[in-house]
Design a protein around this ligand. Structure first.
Ligand SMILES: Cc1ncc(COP(=O)(O)O)c(C=O)c1O
Length: 397
């Protein structure tokens, strides 16, 4: 069968053939749980990766001003120059490294950066080695390119998550085009130690494989100002692509803006892919992002504090249930906990919606290594989280 021939098994039936790689894309398992509670105002929604705060006013106002000033035309594919310069300055300030705007590309979300990167790197028969459990979208991007995702899961010893780097290396072969690491990790909160980042980057450099580092949670850390970054070990021409996003630190999930730090030449390649995608992110929104980057530290500090309080409410709440196992998350805004005796997290999450009116993400959404777990986003008001913990008691006890 060639890639465009009709496939009776390619999901729903279409008016004309679709590529099987697209037709087979699965529905989001988090979405399947959310469907159960759709339209029920009583449900406490902690299933998605976003908090309950709206974007702060100073960011909205900057975008409004740009809109009123007529910033409504096609724009730069790699982002407006002042934003690229400001992100380079932010990179120097936050990580203490040299970085110029030629390494920065603004994208239409972290997600788009990952998709374009896969379009650039993965072809049929190639593979991507991915550290899991992981937010599933990267896996689907590889599959859409007719590549093979090879997920190597972290191990949980009852207290901590850890990665066996030798297992990761052993999964690499001559068709491996990229290694994907999301640190701090969604869903576990695991953060790759700096020495391990260095060893992995050395390996990729030697093997001429791209290292795609998803660092969208870099600033949501509880024991230091920023998580260790691969950027601290890389020169401007290393095969490193770091994906970041405005979504999480500045409560901008609906804006769809992110950025990539990469060698200049890879940024130019992203520009060509952007040209045949959105042609560039809306200029007036980028002015809002500029305000976030330049003036966003106080809001970010509030956000981290809010999440720190939320984390305590949830950890204390879960400690009441002997069936629950969890590693204390030092970063990101998720509690990823195992429940003894729960072998179908999708069904269990649906029951939680129906019977407890609490919406969580099923662990199976994050790959095989996630089955047996549930993910709760604690970027929410403490009272709301407390109510959720109380409501879940009958099912978790
Ligand atoms: C690990 C990870 N990477 C990337 C993203 C993409 O973020 P966005 O597309 O909103 O920039 C998310 C969002 O949930 C995420 O959890």
């Amino acid at each position: 069968m060639n890639a465009t021939s009709p496939s009776p098994a390619a999901g729903p039936s279409y008016a004309a053939p679709v590529r099987p790689a697209a037709g087979f894309l699965p529905a989001s398992k988090i979405g399947l749980v959310a469907m159960v509670g759709r339209g029920d105002p009583d449900v406490i929604p902690l299933w998605f990766g976003e908090g309950d705060l709206t974007t702060p006013a100073f960011i909205n106002e900057a975008a409004n001003r740009a809109l009123a000033a007529g910033e409504t035309f096609y724009t730069w594919q790699r982002g407006i120059p002042p934003l690229r310069e400001a992100i380079a300055e932010y990179t120097r300030r936050v990580y203490g490294i040299a970085c110029g705007p030629e390494r920065i590309t603004v994208t239409g979300s972290g997600m788009q950066a990952i998709l374009l990167t896969c379009q650039a790197l993965i072809g049929r028969g190639d593979n991507a080695v991915i550290v899991g459990p992981i937010w599933p979208n990267i896996v689907h991007c590889v599959e859409l390119q007719e590549g093979e995702p090879r997920q190597i899961d972290l191990a949980f010893d009852g207290a901590n998550w850890s990665l066996d780097l030798d297992r990761l290396f052993a999964a690499v072969d001559e068709r491996t085009r990229l290694i994907f690491v999301n640190s701090p990790n969604n869903p576990t909160g695991w953060t790759m130690p700096s020495e391990m980042q260095k060893a992995l980057l050395d390996f990729c450099r030697e093997r001429r494989i791209w290292l795609v580092a998803d660092e969208v949670y870099a600033r949501l850390v509880y024991d230091r100002p920023v998580a260790p970054s691969f950027l601290e070990h890389a020169g401007p021409d290393d095969p490193l692509i770091v994906v970041q996003s405005f979504s999480k630190p500045w409560a901008m999930t609906g804006w769809r803006l992110g950025w990539v730090t990469s060698p200049d030449s890879f940024g130019d390649l992203l520009a060509k892919l952007t040209q045949i995608n959105t042609s560039g992110s809306p200029a007036f929104l980028q002015h809002g992002a500029l305000a976030a980057i330049r003036e966003g530290e106080p809001f970010l500090a509030e956000m981290v504090e809010r999440c720190r309080v939320g984390r305590e409410v949830v950890l204390q709440g879960l400690a009441r249930f002997p069936r629950v196992r969890i590693a204390r998350p030092e970063a990101a805004f998720y509690a990823f906990f195992g429940v003894d005796g729960m072998d179908d997290s999708l069904e269990f999450a649906k029951r939680l919606v129906r019977e407890a009116k609490v919406g969580l993400a099923p662990g199976t959404a994050f790959g095989d290594g996630g089955e047996g777990y549930l993910r709760l986003c604690f970027a929410s008001a403490p009272e709301r989280l407390q109510r959720a913990m109380d409501r879940m008691a009958p099912l978790l006890s």
